[in-house]
Design a protein around this ligand. Sequence first.
Ligand SMILES: Cc1cc2nc3c(=O)[nH]c(=O)nc-3n(C[C@H](O)[C@H](O)[C@H](O)COP(=O)(O)O)c2cc1C
Length: 159
Amino acid sequence: MSKKLVAYFSASGVTAKVAETLAEAIGADIFEIEPKVPYTEADLNWMDKKARSTIEMNDPASRPEIAVKRDNMKDYDTIFVGFPIWWYVAPSIINTFLESYDLTGKTIIPFATSGGSDIGKTNERLAPSCKGAKLVEGKVFKGSVGHQELAAWVDGLGL
Ligand SMILES: Cc1cc2nc3c(=O)[nH]c(=O)nc-3n(C[C@H](O)[C@H](O)[C@H](O)COP(=O)(O)O)c2cc1C
């Protein structure tokens, strides 16, 4: 049977809520991608060129460390990966997450929240970190999205 994991990073709680609703809606396990060094409010100030998030997102090689590694990743064949859109793409900690595991044969499905941007070219930045996996086109949801809409989206993916 296909076992699903919803893994997510959320700096201010919006994506966390969507991730929890998604995991409930589809009966998946859930895992929070926690930065080893939490992001402060100053770190998240996108108007500041010297803020941690700006510096990381301007550096394609940036791989912020994650606090805890999931030890049973081999049990899952479908992994939903949730994040806030940062500078039109996924935060680089998502690349750290994806590169931490052998994803061979797995299906990776991004989902996100944003201030208005669409999923855009998110997968272009994620693909090199998903070696051997099938990376599906993701979707941006509102923080208030409900069980039904999320379940219908997953149904439509034809997993
Ligand atoms: C550093 C940074 C960059 C962001 N860049 C974008 C962006 O390019 N487009 C957009 O619509 N929203 C952007 N946002 C807004 C977040 O995507 C949005 O608030 C998201 O829902 C936050 O999710 P979270 O609470 O799970 O962290 C950005 C936020 C931060 C902190």
